[in-house]
Design a protein around this ligand. Structure first.
Ligand code: FPP
Length: 261
């Protein structure tokens, strides 16, 4: 751990971001990175600020990490912005969080277009406030022809209910005679999930020292490499992302096979 810290510090001092990004050329970059952005509240508390100030800072950080992921050639970036459990938070905090997509997508849209980034969303759209729905739908529509990185927001998302819904759709099709019980396979479940258009995540990052999945992409993360950091989300910068990707590059993904296969 100490070695890692010392290495990280000297790395930051001696090599700038551009050099680190250039070093990545020709290396394997995860096609899809999923991030559980945690620690906004603690970031604010440390500064004697209200929790929502942490969320606002967290939103600003989404821009930074989106740009960095795009620069290193990531194809899809999924960000857990609001879980189905987050409705239990105080009303004022929920309302604040529900305004963030609007602020983010409105101010960032010109750059998203310039960067050829497409906005997507997983989660229950219908129960979001109308203004949040409008902002997300508008950004999805305006960026729909972009062919670069997909910036996918998990908003009002819960993985178990996503799996239940996929199974229900399949059972309905079986009842209607469109498919047989044998047609209910791993592939058909995957294609009925909200992520059907995306590759499964190669790398999952969770910030703030929590080491759990919190009902996030349980099916899709079956073979994903996990990377946890104590860094709070608003402090998770480009170097942190590159640290995670560099670590990923050292892993040997075996998918249940043997080393070196
Ligand atoms: C968890 O931290 C974070 C959230 C519930 C919200 C995450 C949202 C953002 C980072 C902004 C999203 C931006 C857009 C554009 C939609 P926490 O509040 O649980 O932190 P704590 O554990 O320190 O209290």
């Amino acid at each position: 751990m100490l070695n890692k810290l010392v290495w990280r510090k000297s790395d930051k001092q001696n090599r700038n971001l551009q050099e680190r990004i250039s070093d990545m050329t020709g290396e394997i970059v995860p096609k899809h990175i999923a991030i559980i952005m945690d620690g906004n509240g603690r970031w604010a508390k440390k500064r004697a600020m209200p929790r929502v100030a942490g969320h606002h800072e967290g939103m600003k950080n989404v821009r930074k990490i989106t740009r960095a992921a795009n620069r290193i050639g990531v194809q899809a970036l999924t960000l857990y912005a609001f879980s189905t459990e987050n409705w239990k938070r105080p009303k004022m905090e929920v309302e604040f969080l529900m305004r963030l997509p609007e602020e983010f997508l409105t101010s960032f849209l010109p750059e998203l277009m310039e960067l050829n980034i497409r906005i997507a969303m997983i989660g229950e759209m219908d129960s979001l406030p109308e203004h949040t729905q409008n902002a997300v739908k508008k950004a999805m529509k305006e960026t729909e022809k972009n062919t670069g990185m997909v910036l996918n927001f998990a908003l009002n998302y819960g993985s178990r209910s996503e799996i239940v819904s996929a199974v229900q759709q399949l059972v309905q099709k079986a009842q209607d005679g469109e498919l047989t019980v044998e047609d209910i396979t791993e592939d058909s479940i995957s294609t009925h999930l909200m992520t059907s258009e995306l590759p499964e995540p190669d790398l999952l990052i969770r910030t703030s020292g929590e080491i759990r999945l919190s009902n996030f992409m349980l099916w899709q993360l079956a073979y994903t490499e996990f990377w946890f950091t104590d860094t709070l989300w608003p402090d998770f910068d480009e170097h942190s992302l590159l640290d995670a990707v560099n670590d990923y590059q050292k892993r040997n993904r075996r998918y249940g096979g043997l080393k070196g296969e």
